[in-house]
Design a protein around this ligand. Structure first.
Ligand SMILES: Nc1nc2c(c(=O)[nH]1)N[C@H]1C(S)=C(S)[C@@H](COP(=O)(O)O)O[C@H]1N2
Ligand SMILES: [Mo]
Length: 218
């Protein structure tokens, strides 16, 4: 499938996880040992011949851009160390994620100048909205690997988004594309009572906590 099953680690994961441990947990979170599986609905079956990654909406050239699985996984591979904070109150610290930076996607399929938000789309219509600034963060990554190993189906194989500085529902598993948007719109959980921004350090868990300007009218 165009890439090895295992990837050697390129960064310094141990130092980074120590750093995460020193920074500590966001308010109201507890440390989780192991890696539980959390999602709504069934685990999709990966069909490589039908899979494509699409960038659409307000692109700079007005065109839709598509990559096959082989093409997408051939894009430059990077690792980032980042935490996973589930809004149900457990956190996993210092994981090393490997994959394609969101910034790479923005470079190869640039957004129109008036794009302010993105909707990240996954299998079965799951979606999550992000501010462009969260999407362009250095540690926002379309991950294929965790700690050097290919993701399992339950954890989002073949591709999931990780946005370590936000609650983990902002990182769809089984991602299939990105929609560039010129105004904000709520994704799956954001429409169902979860906070539009979802910063765990500000404990932005639920939509009733939103302040004016945090999100579109409910
Ligand atoms: N497609 C999809 N992605 C999803 C979800 C989901 O319901 N569907 N749940 C999110 C939530 S709430 C969490 S905490 C993380 C959990 O990732 P994990 O199962 O790999 O730990 O996946 C996120 N990505
Ligand atoms: Mo979650």
């Amino acid at each position: 499938m165009g890439q090895p099953e295992q990837r050697g680690s390129t960064g310094a994961p141990q130092a980074a996880s120590e750093q995460a441990a020193r920074r500590g947990l966001p308010p109201g979170q507890r440390l989780q040992r192991g890696w539980p599986v959390t999602h709504y609905g069934p685990v999709p079956k990966f069909r490589p011949e039908r899979w494509e990654f699409r960038v659409f909406g307000a692109t700079a050239d007005g065109e839709k851009h598509c990559w096959t699985h082989e093409e997408f996984t051939a894009l430059p591979y990077t690792t980032v160390v980042g935490d996973l904070h589930c809004v149900t109150k457990y956190s996993m610290l210092g994981a090393e994620w490997g994959g394609v930076p969101a910034r790479t996607v923005l470079e190869i399929a640039p957004p129109a100048p008036d794009v302010t938000h993105v909707m990240v789309w996954a299998e079965y219509g799951f979606s999550s909205n992000l501010r462009l600034s969260d999407f362009t963060a250095e540690t926002t990554l379309f991950a294929t690997h965790k700690d050097g190993e290919l993701l399992t189906a339950e954890h989002g194989f073949p591709l999931r988004l990780v946005v370590p500085h936000l609650y983990a529902w902002k990182g769809p598993k089984w991602v299939r594309g990105v929609e560039y948007m010129t105004s904000d719109r709520r994704g799956f959980w954001e429409e169902r009572g979860y906070h539009n921004i979802g910063d765990p350090w500000k404990e932005q868990r639920y939509s009733y906590q939103e302040e004016p300007g945090d999100g579109p009218e409910l």
